[in-house]
Design a protein around this ligand. Structure first.
Ligand SMILES: *Cc1c(COP(=O)(O)O)cnc(C)c1O
Length: 474
């Protein structure tokens, strides 16, 4: 492919893009229960307009664009207040939950270099239910992740196991409010007080829950404490681009005080170039996401968020009850908000996900662990809440469809898994994955067999396979 020799007209360009998009999942149908957090159209338009107004402005230098610094300060103060932080709380808008978590771990590592200089190999303790972004941070920043068990009935982090995992090298304890996978809130007060007892930092990952749970509590629901109201919590991550309903590219990292936030920053006057001062990971970036976040907070206001949360929570409760009433399906743990997962004791849920997808629905397959079954994740948002009854009807129909379909030959999966275990070389893996439909450069439609095999493999091998797959995709 080459760059076109002469220009395409704006109309041709937009028509082409629309044609490309026609092959994507149609999330505007309200049938995609993951990835998209969709408010009502007026709110979406406000975000779009604000985003476009700031599309070209660069966050790199707030002295040139002081209004960006003002917008960021306002967003940080509004969310810090919502999370019961005082004026000492300091933070930044980042590009997403992953970046917020990367920064929290980087700040913890550099805090430890200053305050625990004897530690050569820093460690953080987290439950297996914590988000993979912590593993990514560990990988990027050389912090060792010490993963501990969760309670297999409730999916809450096991605080006794966290205590037992603390060593002289521990710098950080992690809690989720809630974890994305099962929507369950960890016992944050107990984890934070454990951190205080040992003089450690404690990060609460409220990426998906921070905003939603705060309004759920204002509506009178019994939401356990998870935020800056707990003394031992030293940092929090909260995504605006999830249940804040702003455009993607907006999350917050908040610290108890500026002294701790200082460790996330980076500056360099070491080159022939301009002075580089980066509070967050990226340098040049659009101010669009910050403007979108500021706009949605002002457009919805407290009243708007309360109304949306009330609608979504009612839909979630109906969906959970409806799923538990379908023979063979059961919701895992005790979900605290509008996201949860369910498993089955009589059908393969990976086949169920494919059957639903053929009817235009998307639920997210999640793998088993030694303590939990394979399951499907559901995130309920404003844009899908009206479709809960329709989803329940199709779920019941698809469960029957899967029950009556011939099951995958278990020896096929076993053969593939043992072949990969015997010879995990990239060549063998590619050959075997091709045999089940995972071909370089092509996106599979039917995922069940692929998920079956990946789920049966050791994590380290499955990680290599998906890396190879993406490395060959484009
Ligand atoms: C979504 C999520 C993340 C990662 O956020 P991204 O915005 O996808 O980078 C981290 N933790 C939790 C609990 C999440 O739900």
């Amino acid at each position: 492919m080459t760059i076109p020799p002469i220009s395409m007209t704006p109309d041709e360009i937009m028509a082409t893009l629309r044609r490309f998009k026609a092959h994507d999942m149609d999330w505007q149908s309200g049938r995609v229960f993951a990835y998209i957090y969709q408010p009502h159209e007026t709110a979406a338009a406000v975000v779009r307009d604000a985003y476009m107004l700031y599309l070209a402005e660069n966050c790199l230098d707030p002295t040139i664009f002081p209004s960006i610094a003002q917008l960021e300060r306002d967003v940080v103060r509004m969310i810090a207040g919502l999370l019961q932080g005082d004026e000492q709380v300091a933070g930044n808008v980042t590009g997403g939950g992953t970046e917020s978590i990367l920064l929290a771990v980087k700040a913890a590592r550099d805090w430890a270099r200053a305050h625990r200089p004897h530690i050569a190999q820093p460690e953080m303790v987290l439950s297996r239910t914590a988000h993979a972004a912590f593993h990514k941070a560990a990988h990027y920043f050389g912090v060792k992740p010490v993963v501990v068990a969760f309670d297999p009935a409730t999916f809450e982090a096991d605080v006794a196991a966290m205590r037992a995992a603390i060593t002289d090298n521990t710098i950080l304890l992690v809690a989720s409010a809630p974890c994305y996978s099962q929507g369950v809130i960890d016992p944050v007060p107990a984890i934070a007080s454990l951190a205080r007892e040992y003089g450690l930092l404690c990060h609460v990952d409220a990426c998906v829950g921070g905003i939603y749970l705060s309004f759920l509590r204002k509506l009178g629901y019994a939401v356990p404490p998870f935020d800056f109201s707990i003394p031992g919590v030293t940092s929090l991550s909260v995504d605006m681009h999830k249940y804040g309903y702003s455009a993607k590219g907006a999350s917050l990292i908040l610290y108890r005080d500026r002294a701790l936030r200082r460790y996330q920053m980076f500056a360099s006057t070491d080159t022939t170039g301009y002075t580089l001062i980066n509070p967050t990971v990226l340098s040049s970036r659009s101010a669009g996401p910050i403007a979108g976040a500021w706009a949605i907070l002002h457009h919805l206001g407290e009243a708007g968020y309360r109304e949306i949360v009330a609608t979504v929570q009612a839909a979630t409760e109906r969906l959970i009850a409806g799923i538990n009433a379908i023979d063979g399906l059961f919701v895992l743990g005790q979900p605290a908000m509008s996201m949860f997962s369910f498993a089955s004791n009589n059908i393969n849920v990976f086949h169920l996900a494919d059957a639903l997808r053929r009817r235009g629905w998307y639920l997210q397959p999640q793998f088993s662990t030694p303590l939990s079954p394979r399951n499907l994740h559901v995130s309920v948002t404003y844009g899908v809440a009206h479709n809960v009854e329709a989803l329940l009807a199709d779920l019941a129909a698809c469960v029957e469809e899967v029950r009556q379909a011939p099951p995958t030959d278990p020896t096929l999966i076993q053969t593939l898994v043992s072949a990969i275990a015997r010879d995990p070389s990239p060549a063998t893996i590619m050959e075997l994955m091709a045999a089940i439909g995972l071909r370089p450069g092509a996106l599979p439609q039917e995922m069940a067999l692929i998920n079956d095999v990946l789920d049966a493999l050791p994590d380290a091998v499955a990680n290599e396979i998906v890396i190879d797959f993406f490395n060959n995709l484009y």
